[in-house]
Design a protein around this ligand. Structure first.
Ligand SMILES: C[S@@+](CC[C@H](N)C(=O)[O-])C[C@H]1O[C@@H](n2cnc3c(N)ncnc32)[C@H](O)[C@@H]1O
Length: 288
């Protein structure tokens, strides 16, 4: 292996270690469980400002699934990159009757994910695999669709993750993903205090993804810009966390609750100032 390649692999390894450590921590797990309810962990599409986080987050899954509806049915398969507690995997399996492979770094989340699938009788359709989207453990042209919800923001090499997604997609297959991004005008310095929680140097921008998807040879590339919802989302998270502070302190370490109470307002400010963007990308693999 060349020195450059070895350095790249080491950097990615420490990026993944940081993410794994974050999601495997009992504090983070307890926070996500309390605020989202153990299904989804991503930005919601809000019907109104006071809508519960869990309901709005479920709407995001529905919207993303609509983008893949032409590709999924019984006998077809979809890969979910960075699958969290498996809310998306269960929704896709139930709605389309398709097979789902849920790939995720966090062994702690994967354990909960498998238990929830078994409880819902979906373990026959969903396979939960521990691994990284930087090196997807499947052969080329394997899946009818690939999706990812708010996981690429943790990556220090998003081009590699998306080229892996395209590699395992069958010709004609569909790709859909959401991500938290920086506005093109936001400086890395302005976003640093906000983004440091994610363990990455910087976020992608919408134009980065649009260019990358085209460069990867995909067609029908589209971005449904839902940036207004990320501001609503962080207002809701901040309000919920403050309203439930006493209860959260019984399941989460006081130090982590303090970190949340300090960090969430930074996200509210950044989203209100338009420094963060969010939405749903979709594209189709070209038919050879
Ligand atoms: C914000 S959570 C979203 C979880 C899920 N997609 C959802 O929407 O509910 C981000 C997820 O990405 C996963 N993740 C981050 N980096 C990853 C990587 N390199 N490979 C696989 N999963 C990764 C984390 O373990 C976590 O489950």
């Amino acid at each position: 292996m060349s020195e450059d390649k070895a350095a790249e692999t080491t950097a990615l390894g420490s990026n993944e270690d940081a993410t794994r450590g974050y999601y495997d921590s009992s504090d983070v797990d307890a926070f996500y469980d309390a605020v989202w309810g153990g299904e989804d962990i991503h930005t919601g599409v809000y019907a109104h400002d006071a809508e519960p986080v869990a309901d709005a987050s479920r709407r995001t899954v529905e919207r993303l699934a609509d983008r893949l509806a032409d590709h999924l049915r019984p006998g077809r398969s979809v890969l979910d990159l960075g699958s969290g507690y498996g809310g998306t995997a269960r929704y896709l399996a139930e709605r389309f009757g398709c097979r789902v492979v849920a790939l995720n770094l966090s062994a702690a989340q994967n354990e909960r994910h498998r238990a929830a699938n078994a409880k819902r009788g979906l373990d026959g359709l969903i396979e939960v695999v521990t691994g990284s989207f930087h090196e997807v453990p499947y052969a080329a042209d394997h899946f009818d669709a690939v999706c990812s919800l708010e996981a690429l923001c943790h990556s220090d090499d998003r081009a590699r993750a998306l080229s892996e997604a395209v590699r395992v997609l069958k010709p004609g297959g569909g790709l859909a993903f959401t991500d938290i991004m920086a506005d093109e005008s936001a400086s890395a310095e302005a976003l640093h205090p906000v983004v440091s929680r994610l363990g990455v140097a910087a976020l992608a921008t919408p134009s980065f993804y649009l260019r990358l998807l085209t460069d990867l040879g995909l067609t029908s590339v589209d971005f449904d810009d839902h940036s207004a919802h990320i501001a609503r989302h962080y207002v809701r998270l901040n309000e919920d966390t403050r309203a439930r502070e006493a209860e959260l302190r019984t399941t989460i370490s006081p130090a982590y609750v303090d970190t949340l109470l300090a960090n969430l307002p930074l996200w509210v400010d950044a989203t209100r100032a338009g420094r963060l963007r969010w939405g749903i990308f979709s594209a189709r693999h070209t038919v050879d």
